[in-house]
Design a protein around this ligand. Sequence first.
Ligand code: SF4
Length: 431
Amino acid sequence: MSSYNPALLRLELLAQGMKVDANFNKQLGGALKEPLWTRTGPTSTGMDLRLEQGMYVSPAIEGERFPWHYKDSPFLLCNDDEGRAVIKKNGEIIQYVRPCPRPRFYGKKTSSGNLMEKIGVVTGDFLAIALDNRCWFWGYYRDDELTTYKERQCKFCGIGLSMKRDELYRKSNEDILEVVGAAVEGGDVTHVGLNAGSFAPPGRGHEEYAELVREIKRRYDVWVRLSICPPEEEKYIDILYDAGADQIGYDIEVYDEKLYEYICPGKLHEVDRGVPHAHFFRMLEYAAKRGGPNKAYSIIVTGLEPLESTVAGIEKLCQLGVVPRMGIFRPIPGTHLEKHPTPTPAFLVAVYRALRELTMQYGVDSGCPGCGRTFVGTKIYDGVNPIMPEITDEDIQRAGIDMDTLYKEERAHRRRIPPASDGALKEGTRP
Ligand code: SF4
């Protein structure tokens, strides 16, 4: 078996997805953790694996969840002749992998009778819980002239579609605390990641989250990270840190100003008051200073804008002392961007190298590797440290990636966002 850089392999898997051998599939939901589809979808639909050197990854699985993507993936997850889990690329075994065992609390119920995996799912090394599956920006609003209806939701997001999958709107704190206890005490996780759709101003949910975080920290020795919409005023950030939050994220999603306006209209008009990222950066800067090093982060969705603005976004966040968490676009059926192309391996490698260089230069962390199993950055160990493993030109050549050609294609190709497909909601009409 050739030596294959796992940091590069994970980017290829995240860009191209993988197929899963039918025999391997039979183990899912038994000894091995099955991929579930919760909330917005992108990070729960993949298959959690650990590559060589313990690197986490969760590639999308080619199939009905992704009708337009990943069909040509060269990767296959299967067992070798001795029953070990392996990844094959174009039929050749390139790496042994470790699939994740099914969490012990899956299938159990909370005291109120809800299935525990409906409350929280294990993803990588953390328990992911969406408090509330509604978003303040999801839906249709009259414009200022009261003539047409406009959407404010982010165009890649599928949170409003989650109800069709029978998800709970608002999870109770009692249910959440029970599931955190089951996951932490069962040894399934070391981190808890909380999120939800955006709450109403002025606090945007900071007080509600603080109540829960305080109780989690009081009962369990666990690290708590959360993604939330920036509040109107800094005092709400104090409330969250005082409750014990370990890391707070305000996600800008897209750095290019024009694309931000198109893709995230609610965030631009209501949070930033029409000045791209202005309020986000004000709150991120405060959170970074108030919390200390690596206590604030922001997610940019890699693959929705050109490389230049992606890298400029990383640098801007580093300058603010904010951890740049580079998510990777994964299309969700039913959304405006359901047919938007996914980023190529070469594009992700270019972003990875820039992320590595800039986080080292500014001394900013590149994100937790377990939490970032669907993100660009990775590390070969847990902990806060800005060092990502290198991906060399030799690694890229060995993988058969023509960096020059793909990189040039990428630069032209990324400047355009295709129009909404027939299946997606359109502005100006009501559902
Ligand atoms: S703010 Fe945007 S990304 Fe977040 S839940 Fe609402 S629509 Fe989705």
